[in-house]
Design a protein around this ligand. Structure first.
Ligand code: G3P
Length: 218
């Protein structure tokens, strides 16, 4: 399973990259706004900086909701860096745009996916990644992880190449559940990734090892 970090925060992206386990980055307009990145030039420079920090795919989202606008924006974003993946919402115009980008060999991430039907159309259009938002489904008493499993099974049955990118991850257990469900990629906040390392027996065990060593060598 690939690990992406879901943030536009450069410090956190660097920290995840330094861990040596990072496969890519996802951003969205809300995450860019959270970092105070505004204005086309600053946004473009921020994407370029992220691409310089990490080795893998970097999702950059279009703002347009019409086909022509998405094409213009998406092609400009893709031209910034070979790692850029064009992030497109799963609406009618978005599906058309994903098909267009796919035919041109450009990478896409179909976002705001909340149903198996949306994921099916994204795969048919040739999306590189499909992003089901599991936390937002959980928020409305719907099982987000079950959707990941449903989409993974559906894609496996028909042999679609589209990778299931579990998004809207809220906590560490979501990462484990998505791995069990067969997600190809999980994009998570740094805190949820680092949570995977936490275990009290590890801390107690390490403390004992160091104490025993220091008894004789300290
Ligand atoms: O990648 C999409 C994701 O960031 C949405 O997460 O927490 O805003 O539901 P959230």
């Amino acid at each position: 399973m690939k690990f992406f970090i879901d943030t536009a925060n450069l410090e956190q992206i660097r920290e995840a990259q330094d861990l040596g386990i990072l496969d890519g980055v996802t951003t969205n307009p809300s995450l860019m706004a959270k970092e105070g990145i505004k204005g086309d030039e600053n946004i473009i420079n921020h994407y370029k900086t992220i691409c310089e920090i990490v080795d893998g795919d970097v999702s950059a989202e279009v703002i347009s909701t019409d086909f022509e606008g998405m094409i213009k924006e998406g092609e400009a974003l893709a031209a910034l860096h070979p790692q850029i993946t064009i992030k497109v919402p799963v609406i009618k115009e978005g599906i058309k745009a994903i098909k267009y980008f796919s035919d041109k060999g450009l990478k896409t991430n179909c976002t705001l996916v909340f149903s198996a039907g949306q994921a099916l159309l994204a795969a048919k259009a040739g999306a590189t990644y499909v992003s089901p938002f599991i936390g937002r489904l959980d928020d409305i008493s719907t099982d987000g992880v079950a959707l990941i499993k449903q989409i993974v099974d559906m894609y496996n049955y028909y042999g679609y190449d589209t990778q299931v990118l579990a998004a809207s991850i809220r906590h560490t257990l979501h990462i484990i559940q998505c791995a069990e469900a067969g997600a190809d990629v999980v994009t998570a906040p740094l805190s949820a990734i680092l949570g995977l390392l936490k275990h009290p027996l590890t801390d107690i065990g390490l403390e004992k090892f160091l104490a025993d060593y220091n008894k004789l060598n300290g």
